[in-house]
Design a protein around this ligand. Structure first.
Ligand code: NAD
Length: 487
């Protein structure tokens, strides 16, 4: 069976998923397909009452199912069945995702969806293995750290990898014994609804996952400010993260995991394997058209090898074609919206006006939809807009250095510290630089995640607070209680 599909043929779940069913709702936020710009649906807008209904449903489900208190292996088993179901229904899920988002349908089945199923299994395995601790005290006392779920977690996710981002929140929260009210991005809401539907079909007690659709202003605020949302788990821009902190501070303090923006450097030393470095660097900025929080968007290369490295990167950047995400042959993603494409172009144009030179791209692609050509800009410095701003598009800047000290100083960004890449064959230098770089993830002689979900991800500086993935994400979904018993 081919994965390609007719984008006008899909039936969309337009509503909110609460308890065990879709509550149909009017689509009010206009949605356009990134691949051809066509208006195709409206996203409903949950108000405070709808959010309240979802939170109440989650609370009731926790009570009746005793999800946080059942034998942990039962939580694990249900989550494995959910992962099985996701893989069985991967084609439907992939098509829903490819229609609204920038993810090519051909990348989804063995990529985002297979990895998400694996991550659900990964988190499920913590349910009956990670627990409370007995701690050393004097022998007149017994000390324990008991952990327990928070209750209802409010999760808010972005549009760039909709299924993956939803699973990063749902997996650890459910494994740790919580219920979730999830708000996906208003631009890519439908795959999250289907994930919730599949969870119920797999036997997850209804009401443990509720999906409300809407924007940040109304629906997002109602979630983060809800008195019965015990913890907020957010992935998105630093701007929205800061607005959420403000709302939480105003409405009642609660713990937050914030996975925010980035402007990650890739450092290449003259002794590196340049072909390998070029492939990794180009992939990181071409993949999803640079719409990834960890996109390695600032290339910082030792002067003496800049020319051969840039030539090799350009070979990877050239020859990409704009093909709609619903065509199984698509390899290169469109930009999510016309507005975002205009923003990308205005940052590129401002950088060029300030003295930058485009060695590739620098313009929208001549095709329907919102495609933007892979772009490489030289002649920039630390004040150029393309170097300071998180562009969230396929734009790579080029800076050169003469020594290690200069490389490190260029790598440092005043605002962001999400990830960094480093290419060198000198082991001592790799360790030295890894220790100096101020970022939550460092990749050496590679760029991008592997399928080792045990490695947590999260930011330094304004790139965030707390971690997704890893043991850390499971523990971030449980609170701890210190107990001291006099014997
Ligand atoms: P965004 O911040 O505009 O929106 C993200 C989500 O937050 C959406 O669901 C949106 O409706 C909601 N939202 C917006 N304002 C809100 C508010 N005041 N209160 C509550 N919810 C609000 O981000 P985006 O454009 O969807 O995604 C791109 C951003 O996400 C980039 O900055 C990227 O770096 C970041 N991101 C970070 C990670 C990470 O792991 N650090 C991963 C993916 C994306």
């Amino acid at each position: 069976m081919t994965l390609s599909f007719d984008p006008d043929s899909l039936s969309l779940p337009i509503g909110h998923f609460i308890g065990d069913r879709l509550i149909a709702a009017e689509g009010v936020i206009s949605m356009h397909r990134p691949s051809d710009g066509k208006a195709y649906a409206g996203c409903p807008l949950a108000d405070a009452d709808m959010v309240d209904r979802a939170v109440e449903t989650a609370r009731a489900a926790l009570k009746t199912s005793n999800w946080g208190g059942v034998r942990p292996r039962e939580r694990l088993n249900v989550m494995h069945r959910w992962a099985d179901m996701i893989q069985r229904e991967a084609v439907t899920l992939a098509r829903l995702e490819a229609l609204s988002s920038t993810r090519p349908v051909g990348h989804l089945i063995d990529g985002d969806i297979a990895i998400s199923a694996e991550q659900i299994r990964f988190f499920a395995e913590f349910a009956d293995k990670e627990g409370s601790d007995l701690v050393p005290t004097d022998d007149g006392n017994l000390g324990m750290i008991l952990t327990e779920p928070y209750g209802v977690v409010g999760a808010i996710t972005p549009w760039n990898f909709p299924i993956s981002m939803a699973v990063w929140k749902l997996g650890p929260a459910l494994a740790a014994g919580n219920a979730v009210v999830l708000k996906p991005s208003e631009m890519t809401p439908f795959s999250a609804i289907y994930l919730a539907e599949l969870a119920v079909l797999a036997g997850l007690p209804a009401g443990l996952i509720n999906v409300v659709l809407g924007d940040g202003q109304m629906t997002g605020n109602a979630i983060t400010g809800h008195p019965d949302i015990a913890k907020v788990s957010f992935t998105g821009s630093t701007r929205a993260g800061s607005a959420i902190m403000e709302n939480v501070a105003r409405t009642g303090i609660k713990p937050m995991t914030l996975e925010l923006g980035g402007k990650s450097p890739q450092l290449v030393f003259a002794d590196a394997d340049l072909d390998k470095a070029a492939a990794a660097i180009a992939t990181s900025i071409i993949s999803n058209a640079g719409q990834a929080c960890v996109a390695g968007s600032r290339l910082i290369v030792e002067e003496s090898v800049a020319t051969p490295l840039v030539d090799a990167i350009l070979r990877h950047m050239n020859g990409l074609h704009p093909v709609p995400t619903w065509d199984a042959s698509a390899r290169y993603s469109p930009i999510i919206s016309d507005k975002q494409r205009q923003r990308i172009h205005s940052i590129v144009a401002a950088t060029v006006s300030a003295g930058g030179a485009c060695l590739a791209g620098g313009a929208p692609m001549d095709a329907p939809g919102y495609f933007y050509a892979p772009t490489l800009i030289a002649g920039v410095d630390a004040t150029s807009p393309a170097v300071t701003e998180e562009i969230f598009g396929p734009v790579l800047t080029l800076q050169t250095f003469r020594d290690e000290e200069e490389a490190l100083s260029l790598a440092e960004h005043p605002t962001y510290g999400l990830a960094a890449g480093l290419f060198t064959r000198d082991l001592s230098r790799a360790i030295r630089i890894t220790r100096s770089l101020q970022a939550g993830t460092i990749w050496v002689n590679r760029y991008g995640r592997s399928r080792d979900h045990i490695l947590p991800t999260g930011g330094y500086k304004q790139s965030g607070i707390g971690k997704d993935l890893g043991r850390e994400a499971f523990h971030a979904n449980r609170k701890s209680k210190s107990v001291l018993i006099s014997i």
